[in-house]
Design a protein around this ligand. Structure first.
Ligand code: FCB
Length: 493
């Protein structure tokens, strides 16, 4: 037996998200903050976004049977990571649906109860063609033999909850403020309950939220202003981190409550969260200022959120210590696994901005830099996985890992090098249950549109044809064999 085999039952897949792949064929989903954001003239003029439109996307809303065929037959995958577009399912407000809301002494939403009556109302409110479309999509994935890993929130929020332009221009004065307001947590709980109820007999593996830190940072603490609502202020960044942590808990509860059907034999719903763990190092290891900035960045970006949802530690003053009033054990609902997105290494340097602990800037090192400006560093995957397991003792899925590479020539090496590290880490005892490559097909890369190609398959913008890059065949060999290829093991020692 090859020494480089992966565990029995390991999930091999690719990852996509609804907003990035669905549009381009079939009904578009126009009622989200992100849709408004990328089409806004001021955003385009200011360079916050590229000016590309998701309407030119791969069209998976209609073409998903072809995507699933490719994933199953051509890539030999047994799984696929997808997301639902919340705004497609609920383009109209669910705020009038009455649910029980529990708040703690800080005023935080810490529990939501959705009863049968509320579920009836949600069913009546949901967009029937979207429900039907997603049911067909998820059924098709199962039919061809792909275990679905479903993300509930991969970034678009319905416009009725978040007006990103009003928030960009005047956050205080805006009324629909997305993750700044805890009303969004309550609506997220309703949506999660509905999704688990409507699609639970087609799905057993869920992520509540994708990359809460990226949503918070790129939305509220960024010079370019690339994500809605494009602000640059640590205050709302922290509020967003806190509310997204609370949101995980209530959504976790709802999925457990409303998905009662198991198709995998592993229980109706295994529910976790997906975080991005970057590998950070001080730009100058002999500079105490860089070292301490780097410690803070690791803590704030990789650790803070997981501490909140798994330990109930809400270090709101960011001093690294948990005072009694920052201990919120009642907000912990559960996290059955950690989904890790790993891409790159970053160097952290102290920089005076007048922002206290946020006084730093992040740059790349001397390694190979991708077309997205990210530094390839496979060993960082080892550090991230070992760190996450050491700290939180949860099974792990690699929920994303991939390279922006338009010719596809560098992707194969990237894939093999990361999988080799992954194999070692698993051998070392870290329970990693699956690997999802970002991405199946080139897609709409948020603020940067189509110039950032992550697909194992390119997509012809006109015909929507999916065209394999050379890494597709390599990934097939790995997934089919559930092992690293012999030639790679030999070649790379
Ligand atoms: C991650 C996102 C994913 C995609 C990749 C390149 O941060 O989760 O949607 O944009 O980066």
């Amino acid at each position: 037996m090859s020494p480089k085999r992966f565990p029995e039952g390991f999930l091999w897949g690719t990852a996509t998200s609804a907003f990035q792949v669905e549009m381009g064929r079939g009904a578009p989903a126009k009622e989200s903050d992100w849709y408004t954001w990328v089409h806004d003239g001021d955003n385009i003029a200011a360079g916050r976004v590229s000016g590309d439109t998701p309407l030119d996307g791969p069209g998976s809303w209609e073409l998903y049977p072809e995507d699933f065929r490719i994933a199953r037959e051509e890539l030999g995958n047994n799984s696929i990571r997808l997301s639902l577009d919340w705004s497609r399912l609920f383009p109209w407000s669910t705020e009038a649906v009455d649910v029980g809301v529990e708040r703690d002494e800080h005023g935080n939403v810490c529990g939501v109860s959705v009863d049968e009556g509320a579920m009836e109302e949600l069913r009546a409110l949901a967009n029937p063609s979207a429900v039907e479309g997603y049911r067909e999509m998820l059924s098709e994935a199962n039919r061809v033999g792909l275990t679905v890993f479903l993300t509930l929130y991969h970034w678009p929020i319905p416009l009725w909850l978040h007006d990103p332009i009003a928030c960009r221009d005047d956050l205080e004065g805006a009324t629909r403020r997305g993750w700044q307001d805890q009303g969004t947590i309550v609506e997220f709980a309703k949506y999660a309950a509905f999704a688990a109820n409507a699609f639970g007999n087609l799905v057993d593996l869920y992520a509540t939220i994708n990359e809460p830190r990226i949503v918070s940072q790129h939305g509220y603490m960024t010079e370019r202003g690339e994500f809605p609502p494009g602000l640059n202020d640590p205050g709302p960044f922290r509020v967003s981190m806190r509310n997204l942590a609370l949101a995980h808990g209530v959504a976790y509860d709802q999925v457990k409550r409303w998905d009662t059907a198991s198709i995998s034999g592993k229980g109706p719903a295994t529910v976790g969260v997906v975080v991005v763990l970057m590998h950070y190092e001080p730009a100058d290891t002999s500079s105490p200022a860089d070292v301490s900035a780097c410690d803070f960045v690791r803590y704030m970006y990789n650790e803070w959120y997981l501490n909140a949802i798994i330990k109930g530690d809400y270090d709101l003053d960011l001093d690294g210590l948990i005072q009694p009033d920052e201990q919120w054990p009642h907000t912990i609902k559960g996290c059955d696994f950690i989904g890790v997105n790993y891409y790159a290494r970053w160097l952290v340097r102290h920089a005076d901005k007048g922002w206290g602990r946020f006084d730093y800037e992040i740059t790349t090192g001397e390694g190979e830099i991708s077309e997205y400006g990210w530094e390839t560093y496979p060993q960082g995957l080892r550090h991230s996985l070992e760190w996450a397991y050491d700290h939180y003792r949860r099974p792990i899925y690699i929920a994303e890992n991939g390279l922006a590479d338009s010719t596809g020539e560098r992707r194969t090496r990237y894939l093999l090098d990361h999988l080799k590290v992954l194999h070692d880490v698993i051998q070392g005892g870290v329970p990693v249950r699956g690997y999802f490559h970002w991405s199946l097909i080139d897609n709409f890369e948020w603020a940067d549109g189509y110039k950032i190609p992550f697909g194992l398959y390119r997509v012809d913008r006109e015909t929507k044809e999916r065209i394999p890059t050379e890494s597709a065949a390599v990934y097939r060999e790995i997934a089919r064999g559930n092992a690293l290829p012999e030639w790679n093991v030999k070649n790379s020692g």
